[in-house]
Ligand binder design. Structure first.
Ligand code: ZN
Length: 131
């Protein structure tokens, strides 16, 4: 979340769950990046990601970066989406001890931090357990 590109943060539409798909090798990047992580191509198109998936792995974060102090502990997980794309996201609406590998989850947009000086509210994609 800390390295989210500027153009992504400034997108007016916060509820879109989009990454980029490389037109050369098909690799999907999320968050969106300037170049394909796999082949380095800059031929990327917007790609709507599935909003459901399963937890592949996770860690419980207890020493957060600046601005996230109030949120600890929180769970940072890798979620495999229905199309096979892996995204690293925060798992929310669940006690850290209750997160399980293989747990079905769904996308939700949440406020992550407020910048007191600029009055900027940052939103980020998170995933919560789905039923
Ligand atoms: Zn590529």
């Amino acid at each position: 979340m800390m390295s989210v590109p500027r153009y992504w943060r400034e997108l007016p539409e916060r509820s879109r769950f989009e990454g980029f798909r490389c037109t050369k090798c098909g690799t999907v990047s999320y968050p969106p990046r300037a170049k394909c992580l796999k082949c380095g191509s800059d031929s990327l198109i917007a790609y709507k990601l599935p909003e459901r998936g399963r937890v592949v792995t996770f860690t419980i974060v207890r020493s957060p970066p600046k601005g996230f102090e109030k949120m600890v502990p929180y769970v940072l997980g890798v979620v495999e989406l229905e199309d096979g794309t892996n995204v690293t996201v925060q798992i929310t609406d669940v006690e850290p001890e209750e997160v399980r590998i293989g747990m079905p989850v769904e996308a939700v947009f949440r406020k992550v931090c407020e910048d007191g000086d600029a009055g900027i509210i940052e939103y980020a994609l998170k995933f919560r357990p789905s039923i």
